[in-house]
Design a binder for this molecule. Structure first.
Ligand code: F6R
Length: 381
């Protein structure tokens, strides 16, 4: 596409009516709801009470897939420098061998029906782990009710990826409930306010000239985004990649520092298709000072090679604020990328088809129901 055609297509980002014609699934509403979902998540979490014997656990394992797993990564990244506790995220069927009676397993599935998460839940139950589940509905809710397992029901009606606040904030409350406070309610409320105000500058009504999300999307249009971050923002880079994949139906890559300096950096020499690449670097005021130096080196290598580069400087005074403000920006960027490609952001046709065909062949939900029917308190079949 020549530069005139490119700038014409980018100016479409200021045509709110045209945007809404493409966004038939109303992802605009779902992303705009992010700040209010944060508020709702704080309120919902207040009602979460866990039994006393949940307090003496050795590790927390968050099980989930895709949009339901990323909240676990945020939780892990945030807790890393605060909690003296091992936290891992399992995106798989099988739990690691070390998960047992001294583990707290948090099963998160927005639909409540994701096969991998149900299987991990079942394994955790059989191993006698303490369990909590978060879902809007589905077999996970049914299983918790039958097996008397603490369950947090969240509102339905969103895509799992846009329900992120409802799936992430309760993890902070769970940590607090078992004796590991991580973020106080005051800090959460402050972060929510910041995101609410920032969100106003990112919505379709706000023109390209004043809208950082439209500007970044314009730079990424028809490019392969390569997203870097570090420290507590590692999972935010993954969130950018996943949101670009699911909303814009576009390929994207992400990597983390300092690890990328030990392998991926080699790919910045003899670069193929350099005009098709655009690097997004999500910076942080909290980065390790040693790391700051290698960040500068990486940035200057990329600049020297003439590859497009954008640096995102998240808003906020706390790690949580940085995370949430960077996420809301990235969610809108993925939205505008979808619009620029003429793609309806909400439906995920291939994911849904894969799940449907897979369930037709494997019939996992029937098997899980059979297991549930035979199981009960004290009966760990
Ligand atoms: C869809 C999405 C997916 C789902 C994943 C697991 O918006 O983000 O990544 O999150 O397929 O499904 P749930 O979240 O229902 O367990």
């Amino acid at each position: 596409m020549n530069s005139e055609a490119r700038s014409n297509s980018i100016s479409a980002l200021d045509n709110v009516e045209a945007i809404r014609m493409i966004d038939r699934g109303n992802m605009e509403w779902m992303i705009s709801s992010f700040p209010s979902l944060l508020k709702e998540a704080v309120t919902l979490s207040r009602g979460l009470a866990l039994p006393e014997d949940y307090r003496n656990i050795k590790e927390i394992i968050v099980c989930g897939m895709g949009g339901s797993a990323i909240g676990g990564d945020l939780f892990k990244d945030l807790s890393q420098s605060i909690l003296p506790l091992c936290i891992s995220v399992v995106r798989d069927y099988d739990l690691p061998k070390y998960v047992g009676e001294s583990s707290l397993v948090v099963a998160v599935s927005y639909s409540g029906n994701t096969e991998e998460t149900l299987e991990s839940f079942k394994q955790a139950y059989k191993r006698g782990s303490r369990i909590v589940a978060i879902a809007s509905n589905g077999l996970l809710e049914k299983a918790c009710s039958k097996l008397k397992i603490p369950f947090l029901g969240v509102p339905s009606g969103y895509t799992p990826r846009s329900a992120l606040p409802l799936l992430f904030i309760p993890l902070l409350k769970i940590a607090e409930e078992i004796g590991f406070p991580l973020v106080g309610e005051g800090e959460l409320v402050e972060a929510q306010r910041l995101v609410e105000a920032y969100n106003l500058s990112l919505t379709p009504e706000n023109p390209l000239s004043r809208n950082p999300a439209k500007q970044l999307a314009a730079r990424l249009h028809e490019k392969l985004p390569i997203i870097y971050s570090m420290g507590h923002l590692k999972s935010v880079a993954l969130r950018y990649k996943d949101q670009i994949n699911e909303n814009a139906k576009m390929r994207a890559m992400c990597d983390q520092l300092p690890e990328a300096n030990h392998n991926e950096v080699e790919a910045w020499e003899k670069i193929d298709f350099k005009e098709l690449l655009h690097v997004v670097f999500i910076d942080s005021r909290f980065k390790n000072p040693y790391l700051a130096e290698s960040v500068n080196q990486l940035v200057s290598t990329i600049e020297k090679e003439g590859v497009g580069l954008s640096i995102v400087k998240p808003l906020g005074e706390t790690m949580l604020e940085e995370m949430l403000s960077a996420i809301i920006l990235g969610d809108w960027v993925s939205y505008y990328l979808a619009i620029l490609r003429g793609v309806d952001p909400a439906p995920v046709r291939l994911i849904s088809e894969l799940k449907r065909k897979h369930d037709e062949r494997i019939r996992y939900s029937e098997k899980f129901e059979e297991w549930l029917y035979k199981s009960g308190e004290g009966n760990k079949v």
